[in-house]
Every structure is written in structure tokens, then in C-alpha cells.
Design a protein around this ligand. Structure first.
Ligand code: ADP
Ligand code: GLC
Length: 487
């Protein structure tokens, strides 16, 4: 018999995305189908989502006269094999002048607590059987935006329903003032150390970690790191206390969408057996970014431009990179000062540095197909997906040895080169010197084409599809359902 899972998320590729969470929430449910898990995904019906689904029939399947202050509906839809449930609440998720989580100036929406408490409350309702003919056997909530689901389940009609909470990034916790608590509709007893209370306020992610039957994060190394005060961001004590309930399962990638043999965004197809098409993509990339042809490697950055991602370290390393004969293409958006610093570097080094600010999915694919190395000097990285896309497309990752980067890249040290298993270059996180040294190592390796091609092919052969990790999630759900049955 198949297991019914409700996946709760604030983003889902290809409908709405600010980062890797969307890729995971979009791809994992489809991979789970192969393991007998029947998934429905609940997400807000943002205007972008409604537009993306304009040609698809949206069936109203549930309604609320008032949900956190306004009327709301749940709409069901099928999109590319994915069963979707959309929370349509104009007051909470209607048109706004800004992004998913905040305004154009970068301030969080003041009603974020209400928006994502509503998502969580509706998730618990649906899981418990609010829709005709469907109830969940297990619930999977992603990040702080969905984490309060665990609290609503525990204090709702089916308190024994197993809940998994996944941490994609501990830096975002959903912390709010205690004054919101009475409006959440949870019993007064929930405002406690073993409930939603967090440093005197309300913590959505904290509540999830507390109430969930299992807490996963997106790589084994990050699961270790967040148990320590250095990386635990205030939650390491709770994570240690949860013991074996916390585990790391590395992300996969959608290998159909990221397939260098069949990618419509590329200038030419290629594979690890036939790398010839890569040169057309390299030329297309040079043209798109106004780079002068050259012998040295093209480094790439595809990223949110933030401190987490170490973009400031890249800015500081640009002179060094260009001095060694390297070139650099950057696609990203985020911190205004970082954007300006990168644009400034591009104007100081015409033909060697190209920067495109903004969000451009097809361009991200072309970069992975045409660049030589992708720079990911993150200060911390729960998993990271751009190194996995790089591996698959033959753009060798040069990355910080942290979190999921450390778990998915084999450094080209002497041992790995001797064993023929190197797939990238790793360096000490948070250090400009270490990044500059890694860039120099990459330039040096690139000058030995046989070695470079061998590392590239080894990376391309590695299988980062969802098969293994989706099997682990399926096994986890099955265990939790079995445990719940014995309670
Ligand atoms: P995070 O979720 O922390 O931002 P990940 O590496 O897990 O980092 O995921 C980032 C995702 O967003 C990848 O799919 C990457 O290709 C994509 N991405 C990041 N910035 C851009 C951009 N400016 N344009 C297109 N895609 C981007
Ligand atoms: C977060 C993390 C990133 C991870 C992604 C998907 O955004 O920053 O490392 O790959 O979630 O799990």
C-alpha cells in the first residue's frame, strides 16, 4: 500500500523560487513516487504561481470564511505530474510590491508570522483529513515557513500523525515577538520551553524542531555542524537534545531538467563521453558576458549575493584571479553593496569579468555548460546545489570545505588524484587567502588539460539524481508511520 505524504513548502520549482529549497520541494516529491509514496504539496497561491498555472484547471477543494483575518480557499491542481494544493488567500499571499518574504528595501513583511502560521495551520487541517477522500499518513514541512505545522499537528485533531521537519538553512528561523502568540490559535500550554517559546518570543523553526518526530537537514556534515555552538545559530542545544532524531540526507538534483544532452538553454549538447559540445557553450558564454577569448579558465558564480555565500571574498580575490589569467562570469542578485562591487570590478577589468545581476534560469544552465570552474566559497552551506549542477555539466567546483559542499566534492589532493576519484577543489571556509590559493590551484590544474579533463569526467560520471536520497526519505517516513502505529 502506498503511503500518503503532505509536503508543505513556501517555494516549489518550476512555479516559484528564491533558492535551492524550491528545487528540492519540486523534485523530491516526484522521486518519491518511485518508492510508493504518494505526495501532495501544499504551497501558497502567490500571484506568480497563479500566473504559471493560468492554463491549468484549479479546483476549489476547501474554503475558510476567515483564515488569519480574511477568506481563503484551497485549490487543487496537477502540474507536470505533481499534485498541488494551493493556499489562496488574497490578504496573505496576494499581489505585493516586493519579494516572497519582504519588500523591495529588504525588510521582511510585517505579517510574515500570520502568512506562514496560516500555511502551517491549513497544512495540519489537510493532513488530518479536511479534504474529502484524502488524509496524510505523514507530513513533511520544509524550513521555518512550514515548520509550525508540527505544532498545529501536535495540538490538533490527529496529534500522533508523524511529522518530519527539514532544515534547509538554519540562518532563517522565523522569530517573532511573544505578542503574536495568542493569535496563533495554539493552546496556552504551547508557549513553553518544550513548545513554541524561543528566547522569550515565538520561534517557528524552533517549534518545528521541538515537535517533529524527525528533523532532517540537507547534508550529513551540516547535521554535525549545527549541533555545535559555532554553526548552531542558537538552536544547537535543542538539536543536541533531539539526539538521533536529527539526521542529514544530502539533496539530489533533477537530472531530467539538468541534462547536458537535452537542455534547451544550451548552445550545443554534450556528455562525459562526448565533451565536444562544451566548446560551443564556452563561446556562447564568452559572447553573452563580453569576455575576450583567452587560454585561462573561466570561473563562474551563480548565487544569491550574500555573506553566507562568501561573495565579499570573491570580490577581494578578483585582482588575483585576473592576474593569473583567469576570467570570471557572475550571475546573481542580493546585497546591493556586493552587486555594486562586482559591477565595479567588471568595469575595471573589461573582457575579463562579466556580471549579470538578476535572476535568469536559462542563463544559469548556459553558465554551467560553458564555464570551467564554479566558485562557491560559502561560509556555511547546508547542502548547495550549484556544485551538483556544476559536477553534472563539467564545471569543476572550487568550493569551501563545509556542509554539503564537503559531502559532495572530492578534493583533488594527491590521494584523490592517485586514486582517480577527484571531482573538484576544496578550501578552508571564510578565508580570503585560502580562496586565492584554491583559485591558483585551479589555474594550475587547468593548464594540464589531461588532468583537468579527467577531473571533469569523474565529476560528470557521479550520480547526483534523487534516487538514493529519496529512498532514504521514504524509509524514514515508513519507520515513523510504523512507530506511530505502536503508540
Ligand atoms: P541557496 O538555496 O542557499 O541559494 P543552492 O545552491 O541550494 O543555494 O540553490 C541555489 C539555486 O538557485 C540553484 O538552483 C541555482 O542555480 C539558483 N540560482 C541562484 N542564483 C540564481 C540566479 N541569479 N539566476 C538563476 N538561478 C539562480
Ligand atoms: C538552502 C541552503 C542550501 C541548500 C538549499 C536546498 O537554501 O542554503 O545550501 O542547498 O537550501 O536544500
Amino acid at each position: 500500500m502506498s503511503l500518503r505524504l503532505l509536503s508543505v513548502t513556501s517555494e516549489l520549482h518550476p512555479l516559484i523560487k528564491t533558492g535551492g529549497l524550491a528545487d528540492v520541494a519540486g523534485a523530491l516529491p516526484l522521486a518519491l513516487a518511485g518508492h510508493g509514496v504518494e505526495v501532495r504539496s501544499l504551497l501558497p497561491a502567490y500571484p506568480q504561481v497563479q500566473r504559471a498555472l493560468a492554463r491549468i484547471r484549479l479546483r476549489p477543494v476547501h474554503s475558510y470564511k476567515t483564515l488569519f483575518g480574511g477568506p481563503a480557499r484551497v485549490l487543487a491542481a496537477q502540474h507536470q505530474g505533481h499534485d498541488l494544493l494551493l493556499l489562496d488567500s488574497p490578504a496573505l499571499f496576494g499581489t505585493r510590491d516586493g519579494g516572497l518574504y519582504g519588500d523591495l528595501a529588504g525588510h521582511d513583511w510585517a505579517d510574515n508570522w500570520r502568512r506562514f502560521a496560516a500555511l502551517a495551520a491549513v497544512a495540519a487541517d489537510i493532513a488530518a483529513g479536511a479534504l474529502k477522500g484524502w488524509a496524510a499518513d505523514v507530513v513533511h514541512a520544509h524550513d521555518w515557513q512550514a515548520a509550525l505545522t508540527a505544532a498545529y499537528v501536535r495540538h490538533g485533531r490527529r496529534p500522533d500523525l508523524p511529522v518530519v521537519v527539514t532544515i534547509h538553512n538554519l540562518a532563517f528561523q522565523g522569530r517573532f515577538d511573544a505578542a503574536i502568540f495568542p493569535e496563533l490559535g495554539l493552546p496556552p500550554s504551547a508557549f513553553a520551553l518544550d513548545g513554541v517559546e524561543y528566547y522569550g518570543g515565538v520561534g517557528f523553526l524552533k517549534a518545528g524542531l521541538q515537535y517533529a518526530d524527525a528533523v532532517t537537514t540537507v547534508s550529513p556534515s551540516y547535521a554535525d555542524e549545527i549541533r555545535t555552538p559555532d554553526a548552531g545559530m542558537g538552536l544547537d542545544g535543542l538539536l543536541r537534545a533531539r539526539g538521533d532524531a536529527v539526521l542529514g540526507i544530502v539533496n539530489g538534483i533533477d537530472t531530467r531538467e539538468w541534462d547536458p544532452m537535452a537542455d534547451p538553454a544550451l548552445a550545443a549538447p554534450f556528455s562525459h563521453r562526448a565533451l565536444g559540445g562544451r566548446s560551443s557553450n564556452r563561446r556562447a558564454l564568452e559572447k553573452r558576458f563580453g569576455l575576450k577569448p583567452g587560454r585561462g579558465p573561466i570561473f563562474a558564480v551563480i548565487s544569491r549575493l550574500t555573506w553566507q555565500k562568501g561573495i565579499d571574498l570573491i570580490v577581494d580575490a578578483i585582482g588575483h584571479l585576473v592576474g593569473l589569467g583567469g576570467r570570471l562570469v557572475v550571475l546573481g542578485s542580493g546585497d546591493g553593496a556586493m552587486e555594486n562591487a562586482l559591477l565595479g570590478a567588471a568595469s575595471r577589468h573589461p573582457g575579463a569579468i562579466g556580471v549579470v545581476t538578476g535572476y535568469d534560469e536559462p542563463l544559469a544552465h548556459l553558465i554551467q555548460a560553458g564555464a570551467d570552474a564554479i566558485l562557491i566559497p560559502s561560509r556555511f552551506e547546508p547542502c548547495g546545489l550549484t556544485q551538483l549542477y556544476g559536477l553534472r555539466y563539467g564545471t569543476i567546483p572550487v568550493a569551501a570545505r563545509t556542509g554539503g559542499l564537503a559531502d559532495t566534492i572530492i578534493d583533488a589532493n594527491d590521494a584523490a588524484l592517485n586514486a582517480g576519484c577527484a571531482t573538484g577543489l576544496l578550501h578552508q571556509p571564510g578565508s580570503g587567502d585560502a580562496l586565492r590559493h584554491a583559485i591558483a590551484r585551479a589555474v594550475h590544474l587547468h593548464a594540464a588539460p589531461d588532468l583537468w579533463q579527467a577531473i571533469r569526467r569523474q565529476g560528470m560520471r557521479a550520480d547526483w539524481g534523487w534516487e538514493r536520497s529519496s529512498a532514504r526519505y521514504a524509509a524514514l517516513y515508513t519507520d515513523l508511520v510504523a512507530q506511530a502505529a505502536t503508540r
